[in-house]
Design a protein around this ligand. Structure first.
Ligand SMILES: CC(C)=CCC/C(C)=C/CC/C(C)=C/CC/C(C)=C/[C@@H]1[C@@H](COP(=O)(O)OP(=O)(O)O)[C@]1(C)CC/C=C(\C)CC/C=C(\C)CCC=C(C)C
Length: 430
C-alpha cells in the first residue's frame, strides 16, 4: 500500500529510465518532510584550461611525495600549473586535497567511536514510520543486484553503517547510470544540473523519492560533506564534454570526480578505528587513493572498449612521449611501445593502491573487510592485464571466480589486523 501511494514520479528533466534496474530507475516517491537540513553548501566552481608544467616529469610514475602536514603520501604528479598566459594555478592534486581537508575537518568535529551508537537515532515522523526502513531495504536490494560481493561484505558492518553505505552506493550508481546507462544519450548538462539541485534537496532534508530519502537520512546522521557528491556530478559533466585528457593532471581530476569521491563519501560512514593513531587527513588521503587506483585500473582494463566509443582516458602527453598516438589506440595493436607505456601506467595505478593500503587498517574493524576485498579484487585486474600481454584492446582482463573467492578469506585475514597491532604505522601520528 505504502509503495502504491508513494510511487515515484520521475522528474521531467531526468529521463524515466535512469538505470537498468527497476529500483534504480524508480525509487518510490518520498514525502517531502522529515529530514534536517545540513551541509547544504553552495560552492561555485570555476573551470579554466591550464597547461601542465611538471617539475617531476621523469619521476612521475615512480614515487610518492610525503606531505608532513597531512601525513598523506601524495603521488608525485605536478603541483604547479601555468595557464597559457603564464598565471600560476593549483594542480588537480591540490584542488582535490582541499576537498580532503574539508571532509576530514567535518569528521574531526565528532569523536571517534567503535559503537553503532555513534549515529543519531532515527527521526520518527508520523506517517512515515517504516518507510525509511523500506527505503534502506530497497537500497540494499539494488546493491545486492549490482555488486554482490561488495553487498556481502557490507553484511559484516553494523546495521546502521551498512544501510548508510547502501544509500551512498545507490546514489553513486544512479549518478553513474545517467551518463553510462541505457538512457545516457538523452542526458544533457541541464539534466545534470537538475540532478545536482535534487542533491541539494537531499542534503536539505527534502528527498524526492525513497532512494533519496535513505541518503537524506544518512547524510543527516553521518558527517558527510556535500562536496564529493557535487564533484561526482561534475565528473559526469566532464564525461559529456570531454573525450581526451591532455596530461595526468587532467586525468587525475577526472578520476577524483568519478571515483576518488566515493572514498571520501564512504569513510565518514565506515568510521576510523578508535584506537587508530593516524591523522584523519591521512585516512581520507588513502580513501581518495583507493578511488583513484580503482578508476585508473578500470581505465586500463577498458582501453579497447572506450576507444570503440571514441574515448581515450589516457594522458595524451605520455602517449606522445611513448611515441604513440590516438591512431595507435584505435588500431589496437600490441607493440613494444604499447607494452612499455602500459607498464608505466600499471606502475602508477599500483602506487595508488599502495597508498590506499596504509589507510584500510585504520578503519573501524567491521568496515575493513569489504574495503580489503574491493582493493584486492580491483588490483588483481592489473595482474590480469599483464597476463594478457597488455592486450587491453580486444581482451577484457577479468579476475576469475576462483581468484575472487580466494581473495575473500585473504581480505578477511587482513581485516583482523588492527591499527594498534601495527607498531610502526605507515601513517603519520597525531
Ligand atoms: C567498501 C566499498 C568498496 C565501499 C564503496 C561503496 C560505494 C559507495 C560504491 C559506489 C561505486 C559506484 C557505483 C561509483 C559510481 C562511479 C563508478 C562507476 C566508479 C567506478 C567503480 C567501479 O564500478 P563498476 O561497477 O562500473 O565496475 P565494473 O566496471 O563493473 O568493474 C569505480 C572504478 C570506482 C569505485 C570507487 C570505490 C569503490 C572507492 C573505494 C574507496 C573506499 C571505500 C575508501 C576506503 C577507505 C580507505 C581508508 C582505503
Amino acid at each position: 500500500m505504502a509503495c502504491l501511494l508513494l510511487r515515484m514520479i520521475a522528474p521531467a528533466d531526468i529521463p524515466a529510465g535512469l538505470g537498468s534496474a527497476e529500483a534504480i530507475r524508480e525509487g518510490d516517491r518520498f514525502p517531502r518532510k522529515a529530514f534536517r537540513p545540513r551541509n547544504n553548501r553552495n560552492l561555485s566552481r570555476k573551470r579554466r584550461r591550464w597547461s601542465l608544467r611538471s617539475p617531476h616529469a621523469d619521476s612521475k610514475y615512480a614515487s610518492l611525495r610525503f606531505d608532513p602536514e597531512s601525513g598523506m603520501n601524495l603521488p608525485l604528479v605536478s603541483s604547479l600549473l601555468t595557464s597559457t598566459a603564464g598565471e600560476v594555478a593549483v594542480s588537480a592534486e591540490q584542488k582535490v586535497y582541499n576537498v580532503v581537508l574539508k571532509q576530514a575537518a567535518l569528521v574531526k568535529q565528532q569523536p571517534r567511536s567503535s559503537t553503532a551508537l555513534d549515529v543519531k537515532p532515527d527521526t520518527v515522523i508520523p506517517g512515515s514510520v517504516g518507510l525509511l526502513k523500506e527505503a534502506y531495504d530497497r537500497c540494499g536490494e539494488v546493491c545486492a543486484e549490482y555488486a554482490k560481493t561488495f553487498y556481502l561484505g557490507t553484511l559484516l558492518m553494523t546495521p546502521e553503517r551498512r544501510r548508510a553505505i547502501w544509500a551512498i552506493y545507490v546514489w553513486c550508481r544512479r549518478t553513474d547510470e545517467l551518463v553510462d546507462g541505457p538512457n545516457a544519450s538523452q542526458i544533457t548538462p541541464t539534466a545534470l544540473d537538475r540532478w545536482e539541485s535534487r542533491l541539494d534537496d537531499v542534503f536539505a532534508g527534502r528527498p524526492y523519492d525513497m532512494l533519496d530519502a535513505a541518503l537524506s537520512d544518512t547524510v543527516s546522521k553521518y558527517p558527510v560533506d556535500i562536496q564529493p557528491f557535487r564533484d561526482m556530478i561534475e565528473g559526469m559533466r566532464m564525461d559529456l564534454k570531454k573525450s581526451r585528457y591532455k596530461n595526468f593532471d587532467e586525468l587525475y581530476l577526472y578520476c577524483y570526480y568519478v571515483a576518488g569521491t566515493v572514498g571520501l563519501m564512504s569513510v565518514p560512514v565506515m568510521g576510523i578505528a578508535p584506537e587508530s593513531k593516524a591523522t584523519t587527513e591521512s585516512v581520507y588521503g588513502s580513501a581518495l587513493a583507493l578511488g583513484l587506483a580503482n578508476q585508473l585500473t578500470n581505465i586500463l582494463r577498458d582501453v579497447g572498449e572506450d576507444a570503440r566509443r571514441g574515448r581515450i582516458y589516457l594522458p595524451q602527453d605520455e602517449l606522445a612521449q611513448a611515441g604513440l598516438s590516438d591512431e595507435d589506440i584505435f588500431g589496437g595493436k600490441v607493440t613494444e611501445k604499447w607494452r612499455s607505456f602500459m607498464k608505466n601506467q600499471i606502475k602508477r595505478a599500483r602506487m595508488f593502491f599502495q597508498q590506499a593500503e596504509a589507510g584500510v587498517t585504520e578503519l573501524n574493524r567491521a568496515s575493513r573487510w569489504p574495503v580489503w576485498a574491493s582493493l584486492q579484487l580491483y588490483r588483481q585486474i592489473l595482474d590480469e592485464i599483464e597476463a594478457n600481454d597488455y592486450n587491453n584492446f580486444t581482451k577484457r582482463a577479468y579476475v576469475s571466480k576462483a581468484k575472487k573467492l580466494l581473495a575473500l578469506p585473504v581480505a578477511y585475514g587482513k581485516s583482523l589486523i588492527s591499527p594498534s597491532s601495527l607498531s610502526q604505522s605507515n601513517l603519520a601520528k597525531t
